[in-house]
Design a protein around this ligand. Structure first.
Ligand code: ADP
Ligand code: MG
Length: 277
């Protein structure tokens, strides 16, 4: 289940100087981020600070203007994850050549990371099982029978095996998001990305989903989690990165950044969130 048997400190993710503008709106102003194998980084910050843009850039869904991203590294666990034959580095500042070369690089990036979306993003016309095996079968070209067997195992794990033939509209938000997590795991990625995975859920459904994510963290998955759930971040994350206005304002051990932030902007943000909840 877990991609790591022995936790080493080699980075699974290394981001350097990532920049991105949408027209005249500069959203990322040089982001550095390191996530060692088996570690969890919580990314927090006000709405509009660029958190989703970072995750989308790491998942090959957005083309940054500059900087570089390295995902994956050779290691003992490389045989356990799909296509993990060493690190992939993309330097976005370089001209990547043809449009085709560019999209191939983004696809390679996407193959190493898997994203869990705020609004689940399941295919509405496909069943739960079809949603989960889509990536492994269509994109990764794995044998269907193998993909189905693995999908069923993962669905059973989150208590949703009996829903495998249901369609997303028949499920609660919490169930849909657990399918979203299973769909990400089925890709056997090196890196899991979560974009506010519980912010669309009714309050009583939040804990189930956070519980699944916490289990994955305990198993040694390498993850970046964008979240406003500060108590969850404190329990689950090794490091917290606070960003505002497209820059990293503060980073450090979760307990330090959340309990005793150094920067004024972090203090104001944490105080405001704690008072809201
Ligand atoms: P966050 O996730 O921290 O709330 P986002 O990364 O979603 O922030 O957005 C950061 C900024 O980038 C916002 O000003 C948003 O309007 C803008 N933005 C995000 N995606 C796009 C897009 N596809 N086109 C234009 N502007 C965008
Ligand atoms: Mg966002």
């Amino acid at each position: 289940m877990s991609p790591t048997d022995s936790v080493s400190h080699e980075p699974v993710l290394q981001v350097r100087g990532l920049t991105k503008a949408f027209g005249t709106n500069t959203v990322l102003r040089g982001i550095d981020l390191d996530v060692p194998r088996g570690k969890v980084v919580a990314l927090i910050g006000p709405s509009g600070s660029g958190k989703t843009t970072i995750l989308r850039s790491l998942n090959g869904l957005e083309m940054p203007d500059g900087g570089s991203v390295t995902v994956g590294a050779r290691g003992a666990s490389a045989d356990k994850v799909h296509g993990a034959d060493g690190a992939l580095t993309i330097d976005f500042a370089q001209t990547l050549g043809s449009k085709k070369a560019r999209s191939q690089q983004l696809a390679a990036l996407r193959d190493r990371s898997a994203m869990v979306f705020q609004h689940y993003n399941l295919f509405p016309h496909k069943t739960v099982l079809q949603n989960v095996i889509e990536g492994p079968v269509q994109v990764q070209k794995r044998p269907r029978a193998e993909a189905v067997a693995e999908a069923e195992k993962l669905l059973a794990r989150v208590g949703l095996l009996e829903k495998k033939d249901a369609h997303p509209f028949e499920l609660s938000g919490g169930q849909q998001q657990r399918v979203g997590i299973v769909r990400a795991l089925a890709l056997k990625p090196q890196l899991l990305l979560f974009d506010e995975p519980t912010s669309s859920l009714d309050p009583e459904l939040v804990d189930d989903v956070l519980g699944v994510i916490k289990e994955l963290a305990d198993e040694g998955w390498t993850m970046v989690i964008v979240t406003h759930e500060l108590a969850f971040a404190r329990q689950t994350a090794d490091e917290v990165v606070f960003m505002d206005g497209g820059v990293v304002v503060e980073r450090g051990p979760a307990s330090q950044v959340l309990r005793n932030p150094k920067e004024k902007r972090t203090q104001a943000f944490v105080r405001r969130l704690l008072h809201e909840t």
